[in-house]
Design a protein around this ligand. Sequence first.
Ligand SMILES: Nc1ncnc2c1ncn2[C@@H]1O[C@H](COP(=O)(O)OP(=O)(O)OP(=O)(O)O)[C@@H](O)[C@H]1O
Length: 248
Amino acid sequence: MPITFRECTFRYRGGDDVIQNLDLAFTSGATVLLGPNGAGKSTLLSLGASALRPQSGGVTFNGLSPWNRKQSAAYRAAVAWLPQKPSFLSGMTCRQHVTYAGWLKGMTQRDASSASGEALERVGLAKQADRKVSELSGGQQQRVAIAQALVHRAKVLLLDEPTVGLDPKQRRSFLQLIASLRDETHVIVSTHDIADISESFSDVVVLHGGKVLFNGPVPSFLAHSGTRIHSERAAEDAYTAVLEGGSR
Ligand SMILES: Nc1ncnc2c1ncn2[C@@H]1O[C@H](COP(=O)(O)OP(=O)(O)OP(=O)(O)O)[C@@H](O)[C@H]1O
């Protein structure tokens, strides 16, 4: 079973519910998470990453709960999270970062170190392995963050707006990387860039006001665009139609 939210409710201290009694089961493959500003996308991914704890209900992966003492280590080893603003430790090289991430997820230093080279190669950074992360471009830093998840063979990758700030070429190659991972890893990506989602993603979830307005395969989502399914604007039209339908 992929990542599943059950009757999940979350509010920040002193605020209203941001996620309201949410039932949502992601499907395997690559899912794009859409929704307007403030819809709750980052909050949902933070709950999935167990960086936030719901006030009621819960989240599980393969039946494991991050809040169960006996299951939390297995949950955290299975789920990797790339927050909107990933932070890197100054002075560390790509290889050191990736090794450290593996160690944090329970690998021995030796295993993490030997797996780091392959992880960096998978994301196209073999040549930069011994350069400091702080010296890399934004797109390359996003790749280091993906390598940190690959090193311990995470089963789920939660990526919060990973393409923000990337130029069109970097964005395209990043989306290709995600598409190449989706057979072995379940990838969930929040984004506001919806134009070319059908190339990289198998499924779409649309969130609005902390509620799910749509959850299904890309073709069913695009069908909401009506007659324009094959047009370049199909995804945008479908998104607008889903939001308008949901707020009626
Ligand atoms: N640390 C916080 N403390 C209080 N409220 C917060 C905090 N983080 C987010 N919120 C509120 O929770 C709601 C959902 O925010 P969230 O960042 O999850 O939305 P989002 O869909 O990711 O938005 P965006 O697309 O703008 O990144 C918003 O109303 C936001 O103001």
